[in-house]
Design a protein around this ligand. Structure first.
Ligand SMILES: NC(=O)C1=CN([C@@H]2O[C@H](COP(=O)(O)OP(=O)(O)OC[C@H]3O[C@@H](n4cnc5c(N)ncnc54)[C@H](OP(=O)(O)O)[C@@H]3O)[C@@H](O)[C@H]2O)C=CC1
Ligand SMILES: CC(=O)[C@@H](O)[C@H](O)COP(=O)(O)O
Ligand SMILES: [Mn+2]
Length: 382
């Protein structure tokens, strides 16, 4: 029985993680979980999985939910609460499916407590990949990818000579507006932006898919997870989201992982690694039903966010922290109807242009840069 701590239990990845756990009650249980504010979704989850520890976003949410929990469930809140969930002594593994760079400190706490990490929360690696991966290596802790592309790459590396990898190729659906030119992006609505062609996900990542900042973040995520230079990471638009990513080797052989678009498989692979288990909730991939698969070069003039991410990644140091913090702030402002869709990348670019990179930033510096960037972008928006 593997006992799991789950951050972001009420979100898209969190709920799908619970589906996997529910399918294998003899293999997995939820020892501790954290969510933000969505009490309505959280209560049935708590009643079903009976975690010993629950963390919520803040004291206000804690005060609202306390009366509805039984004596067996300890309630904590805030970042300290998430850290307690992550390092919960009874847990064997942390699944980090919280949204945003708020996931950084809990990830570090889990690493220091020796927990295996299943990581969906890509913002953590973009913000401070050098710190997370070094601490994980120092503590002998595995960081297992849950993001579908990174799981595909990880699966395509199993049993292979890692030194012979010549390129990682990350696939991208192109997002909600992939068939629109830049002119046609003027005035697009939130509703249209959230209409992803292939995946049903949380709002923030769906906006990131539409700007293709998601792919930019994933390039940086791959750089840290697989210790790969940016020159050896490519992206390709693949409309069907069937080929989840590919690894090219020195002999130009390419190994890929395929499947119908579902997060259940990468989540389960992280939970069961290195074994595989049956997953009844997913369907077989019958390629004759798909018919054809399409691949297209990414036009970085159409999707400037991809270039911004490569530039920030290559500049290194504190620059990816700025990229992520500016993007999180701008996407939130877009979802709150304060800025337009096309403004998102403008605010990110402005924040990157004014920042003087700090090389090898420590955690304190990262947190200061993150905070300062958010304040700058908010100020610009207001
Ligand atoms: N959705 C997907 O298919 C994929 C997602 N990812 C990554 O996984 C992560 C989660 O994405 P997704 O599930 O879509 O996001 P959602 O918006 O659906 O869920 C976010 C979760 O985080 C919780 N949360 C947000 N802020 C806080 C906070 N301050 N304190 C505690 N909990 C908080 C939310 O709680 P509440 O709602 O209760 O407030 C919710 O449970 C992201 O990093 C994303 O990039 C990666 C690959 C695929
Ligand atoms: C499911 C998943 O991993 C998402 O990150 C997905 O890749 C988003 O789709 P895009 O390819 O449109 O960014
Ligand atoms: Mn992805």
């Amino acid at each position: 029985m593997k006992k799991i701590s789950l951050l972001g239990a009420t979100g898209s990845v969190g709920i799908q993680t619970l589906k996997v756990i529910r399918e294998h009650p003899d293999q997995f249980s939820v020892a501790a979980l954290a969510f933000g504010e969505n009490i309505q979704v959280a209560l049935p989850i708590i009643n079903e999985f009976k975690p010993q520890l629950v963390s919520v976003k803040n004291k206000q949410v804690a005060d609202r939910i306390r009366i509805q929990l039984d004596d067996q469930t300890r309630l904590v809140y805030g970042i300290e609460g998430m850290i307690e969930v992550s390092a919960f002594p009874e847990s064997d593994m942390l699944v980090n499916a919280v949204l945003g760079s708020v996931g950084l400190e809990p990830t570090l706490a889990a690493i220091e407590a020796g927990k295996t990490i299943g990581l969906a929360n890509k913002e953590t690696l973009v913000t401070a990949g050098h710190i997370v991966m070094k601490r994980a290596a120092d503590c002998g802790v595995r960081v297992l990818p849950i993001d579908s592309e990174h799981s595909a790459i990880f699966q395509s590396m199993q049993g292979q000579d890692r030194c012979a990898i010549s390129r990682l190729i990350i696939t991208a659906s192109g997002g909600s507006f992939r068939d629109k030119n830049r002119e046609e992006l003027i005035g697009v609505t939130i509703k249209d932006t959230l209409n992803h062609p292939n995946w049903s996900m949380g709002a923030k990542i769906t906006v990131d898919s539409a700007t293709m900042m998601n792919k930019g973040l994933e390039v940086i995520e791959a750089h840290w997870l697989f210790d790969m230079p940016y020159e050896k990471i490519d992206t390709v638009i693949h409309r069907e989201s069937i080929v989840h990513s590919l690894v090219e080797y020195a002999d130009h052989s390419v190994i890929a992982q395929l499947g119908l678009p579902s997060m259940l498989a990468p989540i389960q692979y992280a939970l069961t690694y290195p074994s595989r288990m049956e997953l009844k909730q997913t369907k077989s991939l019958n390629l004759w039903e798909i018919g054809s698969l399409h691949f297209q070069k990414v036009d970085t003039r159409r999707f400037p966010s991809v270039s911004l991410a490569y530039q920030a990644g290559k500049a290194g140091g504190s620059m990816p922290t700025v990229l992520n913090a500016a993007n999180e702030t701008a996407v939130q402002a877009f979802l709150s109807e304060k800025i337009t869709f096309l403004d998102i990348e403008r605010y990110v670019e402005t924040a990157l242009n004014r920042h003087h990179v700090i090389q090898m930033p420590d955690l304190e510096t990262i947190e200061a840069v993150d905070k300062e960037t958010r304040a700058f972008v908010k100020n610009q928006i207001n």
